[in-house]
Design a protein around this ligand. Structure first.
Ligand code: TYM
Length: 442
């Protein structure tokens, strides 16, 4: 897939995409005020984009509602989503079933799920251009995950570095639950159900995307191409990871206390990350305390200086992705204050960058009805697409489907043939919509 025009460019406006700080806030404010004016339309406008003749490429992604979203989630993933939503058929999911793969507090799960959805909106995800939904409200995710569990070799899952890291973090004596091990299969189900072509994620999800591709290929080969007596069209598409290329942003934001490990929701220390909802004093305090090094000169891309590199990349990403040389020049002018001057500038840039997002978040979060309606609409749309793919997958795997679900795709053909030869009258199966038309991969 060719990358869209915004890659390495600043043409179209997700939050954080504008140039200087002032412009950024202005761009966000104008988008948000236009949202406010059209908020009632959000709930009815979805089908407009589907009426064009050309099918838009489908994008799907999600964030776990585990604790608070941080700058890494925003810069690595959500900022990209906001840019894709105008040109792609976008589906953004709050993946709450992933949040229970490690011990969780049931008193907070629902609230964190809604807060995450509100944060999507606050970050510029516009429900009149995409679908926003909650994973656990679409039962096909769990059902397909089980089917895919049954065809995924354990050896593939044992190689997943995130699994190994999380297991290590839990400690030797802690039980490791099956859900944590099988987590990447659920993620594959999330993506494959929507037959998404593109999955915008941070660098840390690359391996999971490879696995999703392997699972899709294995399923299509076993149950479609090699199926007897009739070969079937592929059920799944092989998704492509969309990871920000160097130059267009940061695909891996590192911890503030250790430039060699990624910024993470699950890191024990809160000072290791900038949460999107941190207030100004907290941000200033975290940046004041963050790890630096003994050198005064501030330069990009020195592998021996991971903290310096991380902070410079964050600064660049939130101030319009200017050329690195420009930023180095700007910071050289700060000398002799060196690190102290830079930290102050970075903290203030973060405060200005996040404050419009926070303002919008609080507005949305307080309007429970609005959020509920957006999610109900997302659920309905997601259910329609997901249940169709699930039905095709079940048919390919050989499940007996209820009679109202038979199609000409696979099992439906056999039923029809049997009915014709035995002269039993069976209603003509309806043609399997998008599935048969869209994917003539075989
Ligand atoms: P999660 O919830 O850990 O992170 C959500 C998104 O944020 C990105 N991200 C980062 N990017 C840059 N730097 C960081 N420090 C950083 N930390 C997180 C992640 O790459 C991700 O894009 N398994 C996924 C959630 C998921 C999913 C899906 C994603 C479940 N099903 C289907 C896409 C499609 C996860 O745990 O992300």
């Amino acid at each position: 897939m060719s990358l869209p025009a915004w890659h390495g460019n600043t043409t179209r406006g997700g939050a954080g995409h504008a140039g200087a700080r002032g412009t950024l806030s202005g761009a966000l404010r104008s988008r948000w005020s236009s949202w406010r004016m059209s908020r009632d339309l959000h709930l009815t406008k979805h089908n407009d984009s589907a009426s064009g003749n050309e099918r838009k490429r489908r994008v799907l992604s999600g964030v776990q509602p585990t604790g608070r979203l941080h700058l890494g989630n925003y810069l690595g993933a959500i900022q990209q989503w906001a840019r894709y939503q105008y040109d792609f058929d976008c589906w953004f999911c709050v993946v709450d079933m992933h949040a229970i793969t490690v011990p969780h507090d049931p008193r907070h799960l629902a609230d964190e799920t809604l807060s995450t959805a509100a944060m999507y909106l606050a970050c510029g995800i516009d429900p009149s251009h995409c679908h926003i939904f909650v994973q656990s409200q679409v039962p096909a995710h769990a059902e397909l995950a089980w089917m895919l569990n049954c065809i995924t070799p354990m050896g593939w899952l044992e190689k997943m570095t995130q699994y190994k890291d999380k297991k290590q973090r839990l400690g030797d004596d802690a039980p490791v639950y099956l859900g944590l091990f099988a987590y990447p299969v659920l993620m594959a189900a999330d993506i494959l159900l929507y037959r998404a072509e593109c999955v915008p994620v941070g660098e840390d999800q690359r391996q999971h995307l490879e696995l999703a591709r392997d699972i899709a290929r294995s399923f299509n080969y076993t149950f479609c191409r090699k199926r007897k007596p009739h070969k079937l069209p592929s059920v799944f598409r092989e998704p492509e990871a969309l990871i920000l290329p160097e130059g267009a942003g940061v695909s891996r934001v590192m911890s503030l206390t250790d430039g060699t490990s990624k910024m993470s929701k699950s890191a024990a220390s809160d000072v290791s990350r900038i949460n999107l909802l941190d207030d100004a004093d907290t941000i200033r305090n975290k940046i004041r305390r963050c790890k630096t090094d003994a050198e005064r000169e501030l330069r990009f891309d020195d592998p021996a200086r991971p903290e310096c590199n991380n902070l410079l990349h964050i600064y660049r990403a939130i101030t319009g992705n200017r050329p690195k040389a420009d930023i180095e020049r700007e910071l050289a002018e700060l000398n002799p204050s060196g690190w102290a001057g830079f930290k102050e500038r970075l903290a203030e840039a973060l405060v200005s960058f996040l404050s419009p997002i926070q303002q919008r978040y609080h507005e949305v979060r307080q309007d429970a009805l609005y959020l509920e309606q957006i999610l109900a609409q997302g659920q309905q749309a997601a259910n329609a697409v997901a249940s169709e793919t699930l039905r095709a997958a079940k048919e390919a795997m050989g499940f007996a489907l209820p009679s109202d679900q038979h199609r000409v795709f696979g099992l439906g053909i056999e039923i029809q043939e049997r009915a014709t030869s035995s002269t039993t009258s069976v209603a003509k199966p309806s043609v399997s919509s998008a599935m048969a038309r869209e994917d003539p991969a075989d």
